[in-house]
Design a protein around this ligand. Structure first.
Ligand code: ADP
Ligand code: MG
Length: 342
């Protein structure tokens, strides 16, 4: 076969596959946009596990009418302007491709009203075709509706699990964002039923209660690293469980680096290392660990989904977490003396 350029819609669907794997990936991108827009209230509605509908309503800064088509255009972003900015990323988004990717595999309606305008506007997109921007009565903020996800991508649809599985992936993800942003009020509905809500009072402990329940939260203790003057050293804060509270897997150890939710074996093993000899095999702590660090010693641009990051000085971060969690456990009066590991 001769080499040929892919048709634009095929190329768009392939690129979309990197960002949009399942309903929870759509929710993640939309939530991050709402957070970047400064929202203090975010409502999520799902139907049929997000496959039929995902709607995110926020009270963020909104999008001006003339920028609605740009929001759906690949590599168009209001967050990174020059290449140097990539070294100093303070927003969750920066690639400018999430909305475009979602629009390549679903029907998207954007409705928005910036704070300064007294009228809203809207735009729909389907199969890469945009509608005209029209006026729409809308509250301050942005409402993004994603319908019939993957209905034109049967290959992807085959890999989607049951609706319940998809809902629980979305639920887990939203719990993580709520933990990272206690000042944001989250409200999550699945098929019309509220499945998760947070008060938005700025207290991590309030979110912990919603996620883990009061009984577990009473078993959690605050974690914080010692004072740091060098910003390239991480500052650690959060909560971790007393050895009396535990789970049977590691999924309840959450990490946020500069408020970005990340997955990392290295960080997980640092927390678990602090429990050495305090927890029996097969028992895992519950923890929420916030890592604040100078963005210049980070690379968040490792993967389009941005849940993986690289630290320039990995050992430093590992040691800081291990030390902070261990100190929190040792500060507990009834704790047995900690024995160093092998
Ligand atoms: P990125 O977040 O990487 O910039 P996206 O494709 O996710 O790329 O979004 C494109 C642009 O659309 C954003 O840069 C932002 O200007 C705008 N946008 C998207 N969602 C919202 C929202 N909820 N509120 C305000 N602006 C938004
Ligand atoms: Mg984004």
């Amino acid at each position: 076969m001769p080499i040929r350029q892919l048709a634009p819609d095929v190329a768009a669907k392939i690129a979309a596959g990197e960002v949009v794997e399942r309903p929870a990936s759509v929710v993640k991108e939309l939530i991050e946009n709402s957070i970047d827009a400064g929202a203090t209230q975010i409502r999520v509605d799902l139907s049929h596990g997000g496959l039929q509908l995902i709607r995110i309503t926020d009270n963020g800064c909104g999008i001006p009418p003339d920028e609605l088509p740009l929001a759906l255009t690949r590599h168009a972003t209001s967050k990174v302007s020059i290449i140097d900015d990539l070294e100093h990323i303070h927003s969750l988004g920066f690639r400018g491709e999430a909305l475009a990717s979602i629009a390549a595999v679903a029907e998207v309606t954007l409705q928005s009203r910036p704070r300064a305008l007294d009228q809203g506007s809207q735009l729909s997109a389907q199969n890469g075709q945009f509608s005209e921007v029209t006026a729409a009565a809308s509250p301050e903020g942005t409402i993004i509706t994603v319908r019939n996800l993957f209905s034109a991508v049967p290959a992807r649809l085959k890999f989607i699990k049951s609706r319940n599985t998809e809902v629980s992936h979305c639920h887990h993800l939203l719990e993580q964002y709520a933990l990272a942003y206690p000042e944001i009020r989250f409200n999550v509905f699945s098929d019309g039923r509220q499945i998760f809500a947070t008060p938005g009072d700025g207290q991590l402990s309030s979110v912990l209660v919603e996620v883990y329940g009061l009984q577990i939260v009473e078993q959690m203790i605050p974690v914080h690293s010692e004072e740091q003057t060098d910003s390239t050293y991480p500052v650690i804060t959060g909560y971790t469980s007393r050895p009396t509270a535990y789970k049977s897997n590691r999924q309840h150890i959450s990490f946020f680096v500069n408020r970005r939710w990340v997955l990392s074996r290295m960080l997980t093993s640092a927390v678990e290392g602090a429990y050495h000899s305090l927890l029996l095999t097969g028992r895992h702590p519950i923890a929420v660990i916030n890592i604040q660090i100078d963005p210049s010693v980070l690379d968040v641009n490792v993967h389009p989904a941005k849940t993986e990051i690289r630290f320039l000085k990995e050992r430093r971060v590992y040691a800081a977490i291990l030390r902070a969690v261990r100190a929190a456990l040792l500060a507990e009066p009834e704790m047995p003396a900690w024995e160093p590991g092998p």
